[in-house]
Design a protein around this ligand. Structure first.
Ligand SMILES: Cc1cc2nc3c(=O)[nH]c(=O)nc-3n(C[C@H](O)[C@H](O)[C@H](O)COP(=O)(O)OP(=O)(O)OC[C@H]3O[C@@H](n4cnc5c(N)ncnc54)[C@H](O)[C@@H]3O)c2cc1C
Ligand code: FES
Length: 285
């Protein structure tokens, strides 16, 4: 008797983390570190194709999972970087790890920034605090394809000079003429010679081509409403404004309902939303 065994399709379990090795750790501030990971195995690396603005679920075995935005550019193949604030169980456990240690990563998840659509336009990026983490992926991605974009302006607000993330890279970029980077702090110290005040104050210092500019915003929830208002005051096209929202998440794949925002799930419909979607997410803005 002949038995017909049909080849079963390979089912990838979306809840199963892939092992990743920590290849570099850089202290950015006393609270934040930049970790670089290399996924273990060629198949895992090939499957990990992401867009700027997407996130991963980071697992520390025996502790738990936390959603974290990807900070590196998609072009940095085989490696991903996460900028992580020590704020609880998972992130605290990650902060105690060393180079060579293994963690788990699931993803990439969510909707990123519309990179292809943004090409051919000026770009205005506005970040507050840790919100620079996902925007850094977009900035580096634009940097890799710099000739495809017009003027690129980055407005970045921090609480104090000591809280500025990616300081070394930004210090270098401040002297480049293909990126306009303006930093602002709420509380200056004696070393600070830049702008002082909320990031929205920086809008007084910039010129924007209203129809030819895409805006991307990420920061603390309180910031969105005011930054969007400034973009609209500059007559920027609402269709060209994108925001990245953080919501408490568990599964990351639209199953558990933890990240419900309005009638959408931030993990699959976001974390990047366009202006019109953001306006409908009443509790988010
Ligand atoms: C899409 C997305 C991207 C993110 N990107 C980053 C990033 O790039 N870098 C980064 O550092 N963080 C990022 N975060 C935030 C990060 O996921 C959270 O801070 C996460 O809670 C950290 O996990 P933890 O186990 O270390 O902390 P937790 O143990 O979860 O604690 C974090 C803090 O939240 C409080 N808390 C925990 N659970 C609850 C609850 N149910 N209700 C109210 N308060 C609670 C805790 O008391 C504590 O103060 C992102 C979140 C999302 C959704
Ligand atoms: S995190 Fe589970 S539905 Fe979004």
């Amino acid at each position: 008797m002949t038995t017909h065994l049909s080849a079963a399709p390979i089912v990838v379990n979306p809840y199963r983390p892939s092992p990743a090795r920590i290849t570099s750790i850089i202290d950015l501030t006393p609270m934040e570190k930049l970790f670089e990971f290399r996924l273990i195995g060629d198949a895992a690396r090939e499957a990990f194709d992401f867009q700027a603005g997407q996130f991963v679920e980071l697992s520390i075995f025996g502790v738990g999972e936390a959603p974290i935005s990807i900070s590196s550019a998609p072009s940095k193949q085989g490696f991903i970087e996460l900028c992580v604030r020590n704020s609880g169980d998972v992130t605290g456990a990650l902060h105690s790890k060393k180079c060579g240690d293994i963690v788990g990563l699931r993803g990439p998840f969510g909707r990123g920034f519309p990179f292809q659509e943004m090409k051919g336009h000026d770009i205005l990026l506005v970040a507050g605090g840790l919100g620079i983490a996902p925007l850094k992926s977009l900035i580096n991605h634009i940097h890799d394809d710099r000739h495809d974009f017009g003027k690129v302006t980055i407005l970045y607000g921090s609480r104090t000079p000591a809280d500025i993330l990616f300081r070394a890279q930004f210090d270098m970029w401040r002297h480049r003429d293909d990126f306009d980077l303006i930093l602002s702090v709420d509380q200056p110290d004696e070393t600070w010679d830049g702008a002082v005040g909320l990031v929205t104050k920086l809008f007084d210092t910039i010129d924007v081509d209203p129809k030819g500019t895409y805006g991307a915003i990420c920061g603390p929830p309180v910031m969105y409403k005011y930054v969007i208002a400034e973009m609209r005051k500059k007559a920027m096209d609402a269709d060209h404004i994108y925001v990245s929202f953080e919501r408490r998440m568990k599964c990351g794949i639209g199953k558990c309902g933890h990240c419900g925002v309005g009638h959408q799930y931030a993990c699959i419909d976001g974390p990047v939303f366009n202006y019109w979607e953001a306006m409908n997410l009443q509790e988010a803005i």
